[in-house]
Design a binder for this molecule. Structure first.
Ligand code: NI
Length: 161
Protein backbone atom coordinates (compact mmCIF):
# COMPACT_ATOMS: atom_id res chain seq x y z
CA UNK A 1 0.00 0.00 0.00
CA UNK A 2 1.43 3.29 -1.03
CA UNK A 3 -0.13 6.71 -0.74
CA UNK A 4 1.06 9.32 -3.22
CA UNK A 5 1.11 13.05 -2.80
CA UNK A 6 -1.91 14.70 -4.47
CA UNK A 7 -0.99 17.84 -6.40
CA UNK A 8 -2.99 20.91 -5.52
CA UNK A 9 -4.53 23.60 -7.69
CA UNK A 10 -1.82 26.08 -8.63
CA UNK A 11 0.64 23.28 -9.44
CA UNK A 12 1.43 23.68 -13.13
CA UNK A 13 1.33 19.96 -13.85
CA UNK A 14 -2.46 19.99 -13.39
CA UNK A 15 -2.68 22.26 -16.46
CA UNK A 16 -0.74 19.94 -18.75
CA UNK A 17 -2.13 17.43 -21.22
CA UNK A 18 -1.55 13.79 -20.28
CA UNK A 19 -0.07 11.35 -22.79
CA UNK A 20 -1.72 8.31 -24.34
CA UNK A 21 -0.62 4.92 -23.11
CA UNK A 22 0.66 2.57 -25.78
CA UNK A 23 1.94 -0.25 -23.62
CA UNK A 24 0.88 -1.54 -20.23
CA UNK A 25 3.99 -1.88 -18.06
CA UNK A 26 4.59 -3.17 -14.50
CA UNK A 27 5.23 0.45 -13.53
CA UNK A 28 1.70 1.37 -14.60
CA UNK A 29 0.33 -1.49 -12.55
CA UNK A 30 2.04 -0.05 -9.46
CA UNK A 31 0.82 3.43 -10.36
CA UNK A 32 -2.81 2.26 -10.59
CA UNK A 33 -2.55 0.37 -7.31
CA UNK A 34 -1.13 3.49 -5.62
CA UNK A 35 -3.85 5.65 -7.20
CA UNK A 36 -6.52 3.36 -5.69
CA UNK A 37 -4.87 3.49 -2.26
CA UNK A 38 -4.53 7.26 -2.44
CA UNK A 39 -8.11 7.88 -3.59
CA UNK A 40 -9.58 5.54 -0.97
CA UNK A 41 -7.45 6.96 1.84
CA UNK A 42 -8.64 10.47 0.99
CA UNK A 43 -12.25 9.41 0.46
CA UNK A 44 -12.39 10.46 -3.19
CA UNK A 45 -14.63 9.02 -5.90
CA UNK A 46 -12.26 9.59 -8.80
CA UNK A 47 -8.61 10.28 -9.52
CA UNK A 48 -6.55 11.00 -12.61
CA UNK A 49 -2.86 10.03 -12.82
CA UNK A 50 -1.84 13.65 -13.30
CA UNK A 51 -3.14 14.39 -9.80
CA UNK A 52 -0.33 12.24 -8.43
CA UNK A 53 2.12 13.86 -10.82
CA UNK A 54 2.10 11.36 -13.69
CA UNK A 55 1.10 12.72 -17.12
CA UNK A 56 -0.49 9.53 -18.41
CA UNK A 57 -4.06 9.06 -19.61
CA UNK A 58 -5.28 6.89 -16.73
CA UNK A 59 -8.27 7.56 -14.52
CA UNK A 60 -9.95 5.61 -11.77
CA UNK A 61 -13.55 6.05 -10.64
CA UNK A 62 -15.54 4.73 -7.74
CA UNK A 63 -19.18 5.61 -8.31
CA UNK A 64 -20.38 3.32 -5.54
CA UNK A 65 -18.72 2.74 -2.20
CA UNK A 66 -19.42 -0.98 -2.30
CA UNK A 67 -17.98 -1.57 -5.73
CA UNK A 68 -14.37 -1.79 -6.73
CA UNK A 69 -12.69 0.97 -8.68
CA UNK A 70 -13.15 1.21 -12.44
CA UNK A 71 -9.82 1.73 -14.23
CA UNK A 72 -9.93 3.49 -17.58
CA UNK A 73 -6.90 3.86 -19.84
CA UNK A 74 -6.95 6.40 -22.68
CA UNK A 75 -10.61 7.20 -21.94
CA UNK A 76 -12.59 9.19 -24.50
CA UNK A 77 -16.12 10.50 -24.28
CA UNK A 78 -17.46 9.70 -27.71
CA UNK A 79 -20.95 11.03 -27.20
CA UNK A 80 -22.87 13.13 -24.70
CA UNK A 81 -26.58 13.50 -24.09
CA UNK A 82 -28.09 16.88 -24.74
CA UNK A 83 -29.83 16.54 -21.42
CA UNK A 84 -27.69 17.89 -18.61
CA UNK A 85 -27.65 17.70 -14.84
CA UNK A 86 -26.49 20.27 -12.37
CA UNK A 87 -24.80 18.98 -9.22
CA UNK A 88 -22.07 19.73 -6.72
CA UNK A 89 -18.51 18.57 -7.32
CA UNK A 90 -15.30 18.56 -5.39
CA UNK A 91 -11.78 17.53 -6.30
CA UNK A 92 -8.90 16.11 -4.29
CA UNK A 93 -6.72 18.72 -6.04
CA UNK A 94 -8.94 21.60 -4.91
CA UNK A 95 -8.99 20.67 -1.28
CA UNK A 96 -11.85 21.93 0.85
CA UNK A 97 -14.04 23.38 -1.90
CA UNK A 98 -17.21 22.35 -3.66
CA UNK A 99 -19.05 23.95 -6.53
CA UNK A 100 -21.88 23.31 -8.94
CA UNK A 101 -21.07 22.03 -12.44
CA UNK A 102 -23.39 21.26 -15.34
CA UNK A 103 -22.55 17.93 -16.99
CA UNK A 104 -24.24 15.70 -19.55
CA UNK A 105 -26.74 13.32 -17.97
CA UNK A 106 -25.36 10.40 -19.95
CA UNK A 107 -22.27 9.69 -22.01
CA UNK A 108 -20.74 6.95 -24.11
CA UNK A 109 -17.17 6.14 -23.13
CA UNK A 110 -14.45 4.36 -25.07
CA UNK A 111 -11.36 3.23 -23.18
CA UNK A 112 -8.95 0.37 -22.60
CA UNK A 113 -8.95 -1.81 -19.52
CA UNK A 114 -5.86 -2.94 -17.59
CA UNK A 115 -5.26 -5.68 -20.15
CA UNK A 116 -5.32 -3.05 -22.90
CA UNK A 117 -8.57 -4.48 -24.24
CA UNK A 118 -10.93 -2.01 -25.85
CA UNK A 119 -14.23 -1.34 -24.20
CA UNK A 120 -17.18 0.90 -24.81
CA UNK A 121 -20.00 1.56 -22.39
CA UNK A 122 -22.73 3.98 -21.35
CA UNK A 123 -22.50 5.91 -18.12
CA UNK A 124 -25.24 7.95 -16.50
CA UNK A 125 -25.78 10.46 -13.74
CA UNK A 126 -23.12 10.39 -11.00
CA UNK A 127 -20.88 7.89 -12.83
CA UNK A 128 -20.99 10.01 -16.00
CA UNK A 129 -20.18 13.08 -13.91
CA UNK A 130 -17.09 11.48 -12.38
CA UNK A 131 -15.81 10.31 -15.77
CA UNK A 132 -16.32 13.77 -17.32
CA UNK A 133 -14.48 15.37 -14.38
CA UNK A 134 -11.56 12.93 -14.59
CA UNK A 135 -11.25 13.07 -18.39
CA UNK A 136 -11.06 16.86 -18.05
CA UNK A 137 -8.04 16.38 -15.76
CA UNK A 138 -6.27 14.56 -18.61
CA UNK A 139 -6.62 17.72 -20.69
CA UNK A 140 -5.50 20.10 -17.96
CA UNK A 141 -9.02 21.23 -17.04
CA UNK A 142 -10.24 21.60 -13.46
CA UNK A 143 -13.91 21.67 -12.47
CA UNK A 144 -13.33 25.16 -11.09
CA UNK A 145 -12.93 26.29 -14.74
CA UNK A 146 -16.54 25.21 -15.40
CA UNK A 147 -18.21 25.94 -12.12
CA UNK A 148 -21.51 27.82 -12.19
CA UNK A 149 -20.52 31.37 -11.20
CA UNK A 150 -20.97 32.10 -7.51
CA UNK A 151 -21.33 28.44 -6.45
CA UNK A 152 -17.73 27.66 -5.47
CA UNK A 153 -17.65 27.58 -1.68
CA UNK A 154 -15.30 26.46 1.04
CA UNK A 155 -16.62 23.20 2.40
CA UNK A 156 -14.49 23.15 5.54
CA UNK A 157 -16.26 23.81 8.80
CA UNK A 158 -13.13 25.24 10.32
CA UNK A 159 -11.61 28.36 8.89
CA UNK A 160 -7.95 28.09 7.95
CA UNK A 161 -5.68 30.49 9.74
NI1 NI B 1 -10.58 16.21 -9.68
Amino acid sequence: MSIRNVRQSGDEILRKKSKEITEFTPRLKVLISDMKDTMNKLGGVGLAAVQVGVLKRIIICKPNENESEVVLINPEIISKSEETLEDKEGCLSVDGYIGTVIRPKSIVVRAKDENMNDMEFDAEDFFARIICHEVDHLDGILYTDKVVPGTLVNDNEEVDN
